[in-house]
Design a protein around this ligand. Structure first.
Ligand code: FAD
Length: 519
Protein backbone atom coordinates (compact mmCIF):
# COMPACT_ATOMS: atom_id res chain seq x y z
CA UNK A 1 0.00 0.00 0.00
CA UNK A 2 1.32 3.48 -0.82
CA UNK A 3 1.74 5.67 2.24
CA UNK A 4 1.15 9.39 2.73
CA UNK A 5 3.70 11.59 4.48
CA UNK A 6 3.84 15.27 5.37
CA UNK A 7 7.18 16.99 5.74
CA UNK A 8 9.18 20.16 5.07
CA UNK A 9 12.13 20.42 2.73
CA UNK A 10 14.31 23.09 1.16
CA UNK A 11 13.16 24.51 -2.22
CA UNK A 12 16.00 22.66 -3.96
CA UNK A 13 14.90 19.27 -2.58
CA UNK A 14 11.27 20.01 -3.43
CA UNK A 15 12.23 20.56 -7.06
CA UNK A 16 13.80 17.10 -7.58
CA UNK A 17 12.06 13.74 -7.25
CA UNK A 18 15.38 12.03 -6.59
CA UNK A 19 16.20 14.40 -3.70
CA UNK A 20 12.66 14.02 -2.40
CA UNK A 21 13.01 10.25 -2.35
CA UNK A 22 16.28 10.60 -0.46
CA UNK A 23 14.66 12.94 2.03
CA UNK A 24 11.66 10.64 2.61
CA UNK A 25 13.97 7.64 3.06
CA UNK A 26 16.04 9.48 5.65
CA UNK A 27 13.25 11.19 7.59
CA UNK A 28 10.94 8.17 7.72
CA UNK A 29 13.67 5.56 7.97
CA UNK A 30 12.81 3.68 4.81
CA UNK A 31 15.36 2.04 2.58
CA UNK A 32 15.87 4.24 -0.50
CA UNK A 33 15.84 1.14 -2.67
CA UNK A 34 12.27 0.37 -1.57
CA UNK A 35 10.92 3.74 -2.76
CA UNK A 36 9.64 3.45 -6.28
CA UNK A 37 7.93 6.83 -6.69
CA UNK A 38 6.99 9.88 -4.65
CA UNK A 39 3.98 11.80 -5.91
CA UNK A 40 3.43 15.25 -4.43
CA UNK A 41 -0.23 15.77 -3.50
CA UNK A 42 -0.02 19.26 -1.97
CA UNK A 43 2.71 21.89 -1.92
CA UNK A 44 2.93 25.25 -0.16
CA UNK A 45 5.67 27.71 0.65
CA UNK A 46 6.50 28.52 4.26
CA UNK A 47 8.40 31.82 4.18
CA UNK A 48 7.92 32.68 7.86
CA UNK A 49 11.44 31.62 8.78
CA UNK A 50 14.70 33.00 7.41
CA UNK A 51 15.41 29.87 5.37
CA UNK A 52 12.31 29.37 3.23
CA UNK A 53 10.85 25.85 3.40
CA UNK A 54 8.39 23.96 1.25
CA UNK A 55 5.59 22.05 2.97
CA UNK A 56 4.85 18.83 1.17
CA UNK A 57 2.18 16.20 1.43
CA UNK A 58 3.22 13.23 -0.69
CA UNK A 59 2.18 9.71 -1.54
CA UNK A 60 5.06 7.24 -1.58
CA UNK A 61 4.82 4.07 -3.65
CA UNK A 62 7.03 1.13 -2.77
CA UNK A 63 8.68 -1.44 -5.02
CA UNK A 64 6.15 -3.44 -6.98
CA UNK A 65 3.25 -1.06 -6.36
CA UNK A 66 1.35 0.37 -9.32
CA UNK A 67 1.54 4.16 -9.27
CA UNK A 68 -0.22 4.89 -12.55
CA UNK A 69 -3.32 6.99 -12.01
CA UNK A 70 -6.11 7.49 -14.51
CA UNK A 71 -5.88 10.95 -16.10
CA UNK A 72 -8.59 13.37 -15.06
CA UNK A 73 -11.39 13.02 -17.58
CA UNK A 74 -14.33 15.19 -18.52
CA UNK A 75 -17.77 14.13 -17.30
CA UNK A 76 -20.01 12.33 -19.81
CA UNK A 77 -21.66 15.24 -21.58
CA UNK A 78 -24.83 14.20 -23.47
CA UNK A 79 -25.99 15.78 -26.72
CA UNK A 80 -28.49 18.47 -25.80
CA UNK A 81 -29.36 19.84 -29.26
CA UNK A 82 -33.05 19.07 -28.77
CA UNK A 83 -33.25 19.64 -25.03
CA UNK A 84 -35.00 22.46 -23.20
CA UNK A 85 -33.20 25.78 -23.67
CA UNK A 86 -31.77 28.02 -20.97
CA UNK A 87 -30.35 31.45 -21.78
CA UNK A 88 -27.06 32.46 -20.18
CA UNK A 89 -26.05 36.10 -20.54
CA UNK A 90 -22.27 36.42 -20.28
CA UNK A 91 -19.47 33.98 -21.15
CA UNK A 92 -17.31 34.64 -18.09
CA UNK A 93 -16.43 31.83 -15.68
CA UNK A 94 -19.95 31.94 -14.19
CA UNK A 95 -21.63 31.68 -17.61
CA UNK A 96 -19.32 29.04 -19.06
CA UNK A 97 -19.43 26.74 -16.03
CA UNK A 98 -23.21 27.18 -15.85
CA UNK A 99 -23.34 26.07 -19.50
CA UNK A 100 -21.22 22.96 -18.86
CA UNK A 101 -23.31 22.05 -15.84
CA UNK A 102 -26.58 22.49 -17.77
CA UNK A 103 -25.28 20.16 -20.48
CA UNK A 104 -24.23 17.59 -17.89
CA UNK A 105 -27.79 17.73 -16.59
CA UNK A 106 -29.34 17.38 -20.05
CA UNK A 107 -30.34 21.00 -20.75
CA UNK A 108 -29.33 23.17 -23.70
CA UNK A 109 -27.46 26.41 -22.90
CA UNK A 110 -27.65 29.40 -25.21
CA UNK A 111 -24.71 31.58 -24.16
CA UNK A 112 -24.98 35.20 -25.29
CA UNK A 113 -21.76 37.23 -25.08
CA UNK A 114 -21.34 40.88 -26.08
CA UNK A 115 -17.60 40.52 -26.67
CA UNK A 116 -15.51 38.66 -29.20
CA UNK A 117 -14.00 35.18 -28.99
CA UNK A 118 -10.57 34.90 -27.37
CA UNK A 119 -8.73 35.37 -30.66
CA UNK A 120 -10.71 38.43 -31.84
CA UNK A 121 -10.42 39.91 -28.40
CA UNK A 122 -6.62 40.08 -28.63
CA UNK A 123 -6.76 42.75 -31.33
CA UNK A 124 -8.90 44.96 -29.09
CA UNK A 125 -6.48 44.54 -26.19
CA UNK A 126 -3.71 45.70 -28.50
CA UNK A 127 -5.84 48.70 -29.53
CA UNK A 128 -6.39 49.81 -25.94
CA UNK A 129 -2.71 49.32 -25.03
CA UNK A 130 -1.16 50.91 -28.12
CA UNK A 131 -3.77 53.20 -29.69
CA UNK A 132 -5.72 54.10 -26.52
CA UNK A 133 -8.96 52.94 -28.18
CA UNK A 134 -11.53 51.35 -25.87
CA UNK A 135 -14.01 48.97 -27.49
CA UNK A 136 -17.10 48.94 -25.26
CA UNK A 137 -17.82 45.28 -26.05
CA UNK A 138 -14.36 43.77 -26.29
CA UNK A 139 -11.70 44.62 -23.71
CA UNK A 140 -9.99 43.17 -20.61
CA UNK A 141 -13.39 42.71 -18.92
CA UNK A 142 -15.67 41.81 -21.83
CA UNK A 143 -15.35 38.94 -24.27
CA UNK A 144 -15.04 35.17 -24.26
CA UNK A 145 -14.00 33.93 -20.82
CA UNK A 146 -15.02 37.25 -19.24
CA UNK A 147 -12.70 39.22 -17.01
CA UNK A 148 -10.73 36.10 -16.13
CA UNK A 149 -9.28 35.32 -19.58
CA UNK A 150 -6.43 37.80 -19.81
CA UNK A 151 -5.68 37.73 -16.11
CA UNK A 152 -3.20 36.19 -13.74
CA UNK A 153 -5.53 33.22 -13.52
CA UNK A 154 -5.12 32.87 -9.78
CA UNK A 155 -7.36 30.03 -8.75
CA UNK A 156 -7.63 30.40 -5.02
CA UNK A 157 -10.71 31.43 -3.26
CA UNK A 158 -11.98 32.00 0.24
CA UNK A 159 -14.76 29.48 -0.46
CA UNK A 160 -14.78 26.90 2.31
CA UNK A 161 -16.50 24.30 0.12
CA UNK A 162 -13.40 22.33 -0.84
CA UNK A 163 -15.43 19.83 -2.89
CA UNK A 164 -16.83 22.58 -5.13
CA UNK A 165 -13.40 24.15 -5.58
CA UNK A 166 -11.78 20.81 -6.43
CA UNK A 167 -14.47 20.05 -8.99
CA UNK A 168 -13.77 23.32 -10.86
CA UNK A 169 -10.00 22.74 -10.69
CA UNK A 170 -10.43 19.22 -12.03
CA UNK A 171 -12.62 20.45 -14.88
CA UNK A 172 -9.94 23.02 -15.74
CA UNK A 173 -7.33 20.25 -15.80
CA UNK A 174 -9.57 18.10 -17.99
CA UNK A 175 -9.80 21.09 -20.35
CA UNK A 176 -6.02 21.36 -20.53
CA UNK A 177 -4.76 23.25 -17.47
CA UNK A 178 -1.61 21.89 -15.87
CA UNK A 179 -2.35 19.26 -13.17
CA UNK A 180 -0.03 21.33 -10.94
CA UNK A 181 -3.08 23.47 -10.10
CA UNK A 182 -4.36 20.52 -8.05
CA UNK A 183 -1.13 20.41 -6.07
CA UNK A 184 -0.20 24.03 -5.40
CA UNK A 185 -1.72 25.76 -2.37
CA UNK A 186 -1.93 28.95 -4.46
CA UNK A 187 -2.46 27.74 -8.02
CA UNK A 188 -2.54 30.00 -11.05
CA UNK A 189 -2.73 29.46 -14.81
CA UNK A 190 -1.46 32.64 -16.51
CA UNK A 191 -2.66 34.79 -19.39
CA UNK A 192 -0.79 32.79 -22.04
CA UNK A 193 -2.54 29.52 -21.14
CA UNK A 194 -6.07 30.62 -20.26
CA UNK A 195 -7.39 31.47 -23.75
CA UNK A 196 -6.85 27.93 -25.10
CA UNK A 197 -8.66 26.42 -22.09
CA UNK A 198 -11.57 28.83 -22.56
CA UNK A 199 -11.72 28.06 -26.28
CA UNK A 200 -11.79 24.31 -25.56
CA UNK A 201 -14.69 24.82 -23.13
CA UNK A 202 -16.60 26.74 -25.81
CA UNK A 203 -15.90 24.03 -28.39
CA UNK A 204 -17.21 21.36 -26.00
CA UNK A 205 -20.41 23.36 -25.40
CA UNK A 206 -21.00 23.61 -29.15
CA UNK A 207 -20.04 19.97 -29.80
CA UNK A 208 -22.72 18.92 -27.31
CA UNK A 209 -25.39 20.95 -29.07
CA UNK A 210 -25.24 24.11 -26.95
CA UNK A 211 -25.06 27.52 -28.59
CA UNK A 212 -22.51 30.30 -28.05
CA UNK A 213 -23.11 33.70 -29.63
CA UNK A 214 -20.36 36.34 -29.70
CA UNK A 215 -20.62 40.07 -30.44
CA UNK A 216 -24.22 39.87 -29.29
CA UNK A 217 -25.22 42.32 -26.60
CA UNK A 218 -28.39 41.84 -24.56
CA UNK A 219 -30.18 45.17 -24.24
CA UNK A 220 -33.52 44.24 -22.69
CA UNK A 221 -35.45 41.50 -20.94
CA UNK A 222 -38.83 40.19 -22.07
CA UNK A 223 -40.93 40.12 -18.90
CA UNK A 224 -44.63 39.35 -18.67
CA UNK A 225 -46.51 39.22 -15.38
CA UNK A 226 -43.26 39.22 -13.41
CA UNK A 227 -41.93 36.23 -15.27
CA UNK A 228 -39.03 36.22 -17.73
CA UNK A 229 -39.71 35.03 -21.27
CA UNK A 230 -36.45 35.88 -22.99
CA UNK A 231 -34.10 38.68 -23.99
CA UNK A 232 -33.85 41.41 -26.62
CA UNK A 233 -30.56 41.84 -28.48
CA UNK A 234 -28.94 45.07 -29.62
CA UNK A 235 -30.04 44.43 -33.24
CA UNK A 236 -33.67 44.08 -32.11
CA UNK A 237 -33.82 40.28 -32.38
CA UNK A 238 -35.31 38.33 -29.51
CA UNK A 239 -34.41 34.97 -28.00
CA UNK A 240 -36.99 33.25 -25.88
CA UNK A 241 -36.65 30.94 -22.87
CA UNK A 242 -38.28 31.00 -19.47
CA UNK A 243 -35.02 30.51 -17.57
CA UNK A 244 -32.29 33.15 -17.87
CA UNK A 245 -29.00 33.15 -16.00
CA UNK A 246 -27.73 36.72 -15.71
CA UNK A 247 -23.93 36.47 -15.41
CA UNK A 248 -22.78 39.76 -16.88
CA UNK A 249 -19.97 40.60 -14.43
CA UNK A 250 -19.12 43.64 -12.33
CA UNK A 251 -18.55 46.00 -15.25
CA UNK A 252 -21.86 45.65 -17.11
CA UNK A 253 -23.09 49.10 -16.15
CA UNK A 254 -25.72 49.13 -18.89
CA UNK A 255 -27.29 46.00 -17.36
CA UNK A 256 -27.42 47.64 -13.92
CA UNK A 257 -28.99 50.72 -15.54
CA UNK A 258 -31.48 48.59 -17.44
CA UNK A 259 -32.59 46.81 -14.26
CA UNK A 260 -32.90 50.15 -12.48
CA UNK A 261 -34.91 51.68 -15.35
CA UNK A 262 -37.27 48.70 -15.36
CA UNK A 263 -37.68 49.05 -11.60
CA UNK A 264 -36.32 45.56 -11.04
CA UNK A 265 -34.87 45.51 -7.54
CA UNK A 266 -31.11 46.10 -7.25
CA UNK A 267 -29.14 47.38 -4.26
CA UNK A 268 -26.03 49.51 -3.81
CA UNK A 269 -23.25 47.26 -2.52
CA UNK A 270 -20.05 48.23 -0.74
CA UNK A 271 -16.86 47.43 -2.63
CA UNK A 272 -13.20 48.44 -2.37
CA UNK A 273 -11.19 50.97 -4.31
CA UNK A 274 -7.63 52.26 -4.40
CA UNK A 275 -4.52 52.06 -6.54
CA UNK A 276 -2.35 49.44 -8.23
CA UNK A 277 1.17 49.45 -6.79
CA UNK A 278 4.14 48.20 -8.76
CA UNK A 279 7.47 47.21 -7.16
CA UNK A 280 10.53 45.54 -8.66
CA UNK A 281 9.90 41.79 -8.25
CA UNK A 282 13.43 41.45 -6.84
CA UNK A 283 12.51 43.75 -3.98
CA UNK A 284 9.36 41.75 -3.15
CA UNK A 285 11.44 38.53 -3.28
CA UNK A 286 13.94 40.05 -0.84
CA UNK A 287 11.18 41.10 1.56
CA UNK A 288 9.17 37.89 1.39
CA UNK A 289 11.99 35.36 1.24
CA UNK A 290 14.44 37.30 3.48
CA UNK A 291 17.19 36.80 0.94
CA UNK A 292 19.32 38.78 -1.50
CA UNK A 293 18.41 36.62 -4.47
CA UNK A 294 15.48 34.31 -4.90
CA UNK A 295 17.61 31.58 -6.47
CA UNK A 296 16.56 28.93 -8.98
CA UNK A 297 14.03 27.00 -6.94
CA UNK A 298 11.54 29.51 -5.59
CA UNK A 299 8.80 31.18 -7.65
CA UNK A 300 8.57 34.99 -7.82
CA UNK A 301 7.19 35.89 -4.41
CA UNK A 302 3.59 36.97 -3.92
CA UNK A 303 2.43 39.02 -0.95
CA UNK A 304 -0.79 39.52 0.91
CA UNK A 305 -1.20 42.27 3.47
CA UNK A 306 -4.05 43.86 5.36
CA UNK A 307 -4.11 46.72 7.90
CA UNK A 308 -6.79 48.61 9.73
CA UNK A 309 -6.38 52.34 9.11
CA UNK A 310 -8.82 54.86 10.60
CA UNK A 311 -11.24 52.03 11.21
CA UNK A 312 -11.16 50.73 7.63
CA UNK A 313 -9.51 47.73 6.07
CA UNK A 314 -6.77 48.52 3.55
CA UNK A 315 -5.47 45.44 1.79
CA UNK A 316 -3.69 43.93 -1.17
CA UNK A 317 -5.99 42.63 -3.88
CA UNK A 318 -5.31 40.41 -6.90
CA UNK A 319 -1.53 40.50 -6.42
CA UNK A 320 0.37 39.48 -9.56
CA UNK A 321 4.00 38.41 -9.05
CA UNK A 322 6.11 38.86 -12.20
CA UNK A 323 3.18 40.56 -13.87
CA UNK A 324 1.95 43.52 -15.86
CA UNK A 325 -0.57 46.27 -15.09
CA UNK A 326 -3.39 46.29 -17.63
CA UNK A 327 -5.70 49.05 -18.88
CA UNK A 328 -9.12 47.65 -17.94
CA UNK A 329 -11.52 50.46 -18.92
CA UNK A 330 -14.77 49.31 -20.49
CA UNK A 331 -15.83 52.70 -21.92
CA UNK A 332 -14.00 55.60 -23.51
CA UNK A 333 -13.39 58.48 -21.11
CA UNK A 334 -12.28 56.42 -18.11
CA UNK A 335 -9.09 54.84 -16.79
CA UNK A 336 -9.09 51.58 -14.81
CA UNK A 337 -6.19 49.34 -13.74
CA UNK A 338 -5.88 45.66 -12.91
CA UNK A 339 -3.07 43.12 -13.33
CA UNK A 340 -2.13 39.96 -15.19
CA UNK A 341 0.86 37.67 -15.43
CA UNK A 342 2.08 34.91 -17.72
CA UNK A 343 2.21 31.35 -16.40
CA UNK A 344 5.91 31.68 -15.54
CA UNK A 345 5.36 35.01 -13.84
CA UNK A 346 8.68 36.01 -15.30
CA UNK A 347 8.23 39.77 -15.72
CA UNK A 348 10.54 42.01 -13.69
CA UNK A 349 7.81 43.75 -11.73
CA UNK A 350 5.27 42.71 -9.09
CA UNK A 351 1.94 44.52 -8.99
CA UNK A 352 -1.00 44.48 -6.65
CA UNK A 353 -4.22 46.33 -6.15
CA UNK A 354 -4.03 48.14 -2.82
CA UNK A 355 -7.55 49.02 -1.90
CA UNK A 356 -9.63 50.45 0.91
CA UNK A 357 -12.99 49.04 1.88
CA UNK A 358 -15.84 51.39 1.14
CA UNK A 359 -19.18 51.72 2.88
CA UNK A 360 -22.50 52.52 1.25
CA UNK A 361 -22.50 55.83 3.22
CA UNK A 362 -19.44 56.90 1.19
CA UNK A 363 -21.64 57.10 -1.90
CA UNK A 364 -23.78 59.87 -0.34
CA UNK A 365 -22.75 62.54 -2.89
CA UNK A 366 -24.39 60.27 -5.50
CA UNK A 367 -27.44 59.40 -3.39
CA UNK A 368 -29.84 60.71 -6.04
CA UNK A 369 -28.87 57.71 -8.18
CA UNK A 370 -30.30 55.32 -5.59
CA UNK A 371 -29.01 51.78 -6.04
CA UNK A 372 -26.56 53.03 -8.66
CA UNK A 373 -24.84 55.44 -6.24
CA UNK A 374 -21.77 53.21 -5.77
CA UNK A 375 -21.45 52.67 -9.50
CA UNK A 376 -21.57 56.44 -10.10
CA UNK A 377 -18.98 57.01 -7.34
CA UNK A 378 -16.72 54.45 -9.04
CA UNK A 379 -17.26 55.92 -12.49
CA UNK A 380 -16.60 59.49 -11.33
CA UNK A 381 -13.16 58.47 -10.00
CA UNK A 382 -12.31 56.59 -13.21
CA UNK A 383 -13.33 59.60 -15.31
CA UNK A 384 -11.34 62.00 -13.12
CA UNK A 385 -8.25 59.81 -13.52
CA UNK A 386 -8.74 59.84 -17.30
CA UNK A 387 -9.02 63.62 -17.30
CA UNK A 388 -6.03 64.20 -15.01
CA UNK A 389 -3.74 61.91 -16.99
CA UNK A 390 -4.40 63.62 -20.32
CA UNK A 391 -7.60 62.07 -21.66
CA UNK A 392 -6.03 58.98 -23.19
CA UNK A 393 -5.42 55.57 -21.60
CA UNK A 394 -2.36 56.99 -19.80
CA UNK A 395 -2.79 56.50 -16.09
CA UNK A 396 -2.16 58.96 -13.24
CA UNK A 397 0.90 57.74 -11.36
CA UNK A 398 2.98 58.75 -8.35
CA UNK A 399 5.87 57.31 -6.39
CA UNK A 400 4.73 55.76 -3.11
CA UNK A 401 6.68 57.96 -0.65
CA UNK A 402 5.88 61.08 -2.67
CA UNK A 403 2.20 60.18 -2.42
CA UNK A 404 2.40 59.88 1.34
CA UNK A 405 4.21 63.24 1.49
CA UNK A 406 1.68 64.92 -0.85
CA UNK A 407 4.55 65.63 -3.24
CA UNK A 408 4.21 65.46 -7.03
CA UNK A 409 6.80 62.99 -8.36
CA UNK A 410 9.37 64.78 -10.50
CA UNK A 411 9.90 61.66 -12.57
CA UNK A 412 8.03 58.40 -13.12
CA UNK A 413 10.14 55.55 -14.51
CA UNK A 414 8.71 53.34 -17.25
CA UNK A 415 6.32 50.87 -15.66
CA UNK A 416 4.67 47.73 -17.00
CA UNK A 417 1.50 49.69 -17.84
CA UNK A 418 1.89 49.87 -21.63
CA UNK A 419 -0.27 52.95 -22.46
CA UNK A 420 2.05 55.04 -20.22
CA UNK A 421 1.81 57.17 -17.10
CA UNK A 422 1.34 60.85 -16.26
CA UNK A 423 2.77 62.23 -13.04
CA UNK A 424 -0.22 63.34 -10.95
CA UNK A 425 -0.63 64.06 -7.24
CA UNK A 426 -2.98 61.13 -6.61
CA UNK A 427 -4.77 63.01 -3.85
CA UNK A 428 -6.52 64.78 -6.74
CA UNK A 429 -8.04 61.51 -7.99
CA UNK A 430 -9.73 60.32 -4.79
CA UNK A 431 -12.03 61.76 -2.14
CA UNK A 432 -10.07 63.11 0.84
CA UNK A 433 -10.90 60.33 3.30
CA UNK A 434 -9.66 57.66 0.91
CA UNK A 435 -6.43 59.51 0.14
CA UNK A 436 -5.76 59.98 3.86
CA UNK A 437 -6.24 56.27 4.61
CA UNK A 438 -3.91 55.26 1.78
CA UNK A 439 -1.25 57.81 2.78
CA UNK A 440 -1.14 56.35 6.28
CA UNK A 441 -1.73 52.78 5.15
CA UNK A 442 1.32 52.57 2.91
CA UNK A 443 3.51 53.64 5.84
CA UNK A 444 1.87 50.95 7.98
CA UNK A 445 2.53 48.37 5.26
CA UNK A 446 6.19 49.41 5.35
CA UNK A 447 6.37 48.55 9.04
CA UNK A 448 5.30 44.93 8.39
CA UNK A 449 7.11 44.47 5.09
CA UNK A 450 10.48 46.19 5.49
CA UNK A 451 11.38 47.88 2.22
CA UNK A 452 7.83 47.98 0.85
CA UNK A 453 7.34 51.70 1.56
CA UNK A 454 9.71 53.08 -1.04
CA UNK A 455 9.84 55.56 -3.89
CA UNK A 456 10.85 52.66 -6.12
CA UNK A 457 7.17 51.65 -5.94
CA UNK A 458 4.89 53.37 -8.44
CA UNK A 459 1.20 53.80 -7.70
CA UNK A 460 -1.23 53.76 -10.62
CA UNK A 461 -4.78 55.07 -10.11
CA UNK A 462 -7.42 53.86 -9.85
CA UNK A 463 -7.94 50.17 -9.03
CA UNK A 464 -11.70 50.37 -9.01
CA UNK A 465 -13.25 47.16 -10.37
CA UNK A 466 -12.57 44.98 -7.34
CA UNK A 467 -16.11 43.68 -7.07
CA UNK A 468 -19.57 44.74 -8.13
CA UNK A 469 -20.87 48.10 -6.86
CA UNK A 470 -24.40 46.68 -7.17
CA UNK A 471 -26.11 43.58 -5.82
CA UNK A 472 -28.83 41.95 -7.88
CA UNK A 473 -30.75 40.11 -5.18
CA UNK A 474 -31.99 36.53 -5.38
CA UNK A 475 -33.94 34.19 -3.20
CA UNK A 476 -31.62 32.07 -1.06
CA UNK A 477 -33.44 28.89 -1.93
CA UNK A 478 -34.77 29.28 -5.49
CA UNK A 479 -31.87 31.53 -6.58
CA UNK A 480 -34.39 33.52 -8.62
CA UNK A 481 -34.71 37.26 -8.48
CA UNK A 482 -37.31 38.01 -5.78
CA UNK A 483 -39.54 39.86 -8.28
CA UNK A 484 -38.88 38.09 -11.58
CA UNK A 485 -39.56 34.40 -11.88
CA UNK A 486 -37.04 32.58 -14.05
CA UNK A 487 -34.31 35.23 -13.75
CA UNK A 488 -31.19 33.91 -11.99
CA UNK A 489 -28.71 36.65 -10.95
CA UNK A 490 -25.33 34.91 -10.98
CA UNK A 491 -21.59 35.39 -10.49
CA UNK A 492 -19.60 38.46 -9.60
CA UNK A 493 -21.83 41.06 -11.22
CA UNK A 494 -24.78 40.07 -9.07
CA UNK A 495 -22.60 40.10 -5.95
CA UNK A 496 -22.44 36.32 -5.42
CA UNK A 497 -18.81 35.68 -6.32
CA UNK A 498 -15.40 37.31 -6.30
CA UNK A 499 -12.87 35.72 -8.61
CA UNK A 500 -12.69 33.00 -11.23
CA UNK A 501 -13.30 29.98 -9.02
CA UNK A 502 -16.17 31.37 -6.96
CA UNK A 503 -17.84 32.70 -10.14
CA UNK A 504 -17.56 29.26 -11.76
CA UNK A 505 -19.00 27.63 -8.62
CA UNK A 506 -21.90 30.08 -8.62
CA UNK A 507 -22.57 29.36 -12.30
CA UNK A 508 -22.82 25.64 -11.52
CA UNK A 509 -25.06 26.38 -8.56
CA UNK A 510 -27.58 28.30 -10.69
CA UNK A 511 -27.54 25.59 -13.36
CA UNK A 512 -28.19 22.89 -10.77
CA UNK A 513 -31.12 24.83 -9.38
CA UNK A 514 -32.64 25.31 -12.84
CA UNK A 515 -32.28 21.60 -13.60
CA UNK A 516 -33.97 20.81 -10.29
CA UNK A 517 -36.99 22.87 -11.41
CA UNK A 518 -37.12 21.73 -15.04
CA UNK A 519 -36.46 18.03 -14.69
P1 FAD B 1 -17.20 38.17 -15.91
O1 FAD B 1 -15.96 37.38 -16.01
O2 FAD B 1 -17.07 39.63 -15.74
O3 FAD B 1 -18.04 37.85 -17.22
C1 FAD B 1 -19.18 38.56 -17.58
C2 FAD B 1 -19.35 38.46 -19.08
O4 FAD B 1 -20.63 39.02 -19.41
C3 FAD B 1 -18.33 39.26 -19.85
O5 FAD B 1 -17.66 38.44 -20.77
C4 FAD B 1 -19.16 40.34 -20.57
O6 FAD B 1 -18.68 40.65 -21.86
C5 FAD B 1 -20.52 39.70 -20.63
N1 FAD B 1 -21.60 40.70 -20.72
C6 FAD B 1 -21.75 41.82 -19.98
N2 FAD B 1 -22.85 42.49 -20.34
C7 FAD B 1 -23.43 41.78 -21.35
C8 FAD B 1 -24.57 41.97 -22.14
N3 FAD B 1 -25.37 43.03 -21.97
N4 FAD B 1 -24.85 41.07 -23.11
C9 FAD B 1 -24.04 39.98 -23.31
N5 FAD B 1 -22.93 39.76 -22.57
C10 FAD B 1 -22.63 40.64 -21.60
N6 FAD B 1 -9.91 36.60 -10.58
C11 FAD B 1 -9.25 35.54 -10.07
O7 FAD B 1 -9.86 34.68 -9.41
N7 FAD B 1 -7.90 35.41 -10.27
C12 FAD B 1 -7.17 36.32 -10.98
O8 FAD B 1 -5.96 36.17 -11.13
C13 FAD B 1 -7.86 37.42 -11.55
N8 FAD B 1 -7.19 38.34 -12.27
C14 FAD B 1 -7.90 39.31 -12.92
C15 FAD B 1 -7.22 40.16 -13.80
C16 FAD B 1 -7.91 41.07 -14.55
C17 FAD B 1 -7.15 41.92 -15.53
C18 FAD B 1 -9.32 41.21 -14.39
C19 FAD B 1 -10.09 42.23 -15.18
C20 FAD B 1 -10.00 40.41 -13.49
C21 FAD B 1 -9.31 39.44 -12.76
N9 FAD B 1 -9.95 38.56 -11.88
C22 FAD B 1 -9.26 37.51 -11.33
C23 FAD B 1 -11.39 38.68 -11.58
C24 FAD B 1 -12.17 37.62 -12.35
O9 FAD B 1 -11.84 37.70 -13.69
C25 FAD B 1 -13.66 37.79 -12.12
O10 FAD B 1 -13.91 37.69 -10.74
C26 FAD B 1 -14.47 36.75 -12.84
O11 FAD B 1 -14.17 36.74 -14.21
C27 FAD B 1 -15.97 36.99 -12.65
O12 FAD B 1 -16.69 36.05 -13.39
P2 FAD B 1 -18.17 36.32 -13.93
O13 FAD B 1 -18.44 35.20 -14.86
O14 FAD B 1 -19.07 36.53 -12.77
O15 FAD B 1 -18.13 37.69 -14.73
Amino acid sequence: MPREYQFQVSPEVAASEHLLNQHVAKQFQISLKEIQKTIVLKRSIDARQKAVKINIKAKVYFTGEDFTEAPIALPEYPNVSNAQEVIIIGAGPAGLFAALQLIELGLKPIVIERGKDVRGRRRDLKAINIDHIVNEDSNYCFGEGGAGTYSDGKLYTRSKKRGDVDRILQLLVAFGATPEILVEAHPHIGTNKLPQIIQDIREKIIECGGQVMFETRVTDFIIKANEIHGVVLQNGDTITANKVILATGHSARDIFELLDRKKILIEAKPFALGVRAEHPQELIDKIQYSCDFRGDYLPPAPYSIVKQVNGRGMYSFCMCPGGVIAPCATSPGEVVTNGWSPSKRDQVTANSGIVVELKVEDFKPFAKFGALAGMKFQKAIEQKAWHLAGETQRVPAQRMVDFSKKQLSTSIPKTSYVPGTTSVELGEVFPGFLTQIMREGFQEFGKSMKGYFTNEAILHAPESRTSSPVRIPRDNYTLEHPQIKGLYPCGEGAGFAGGIISAAIDGEKCALKIAEVLK
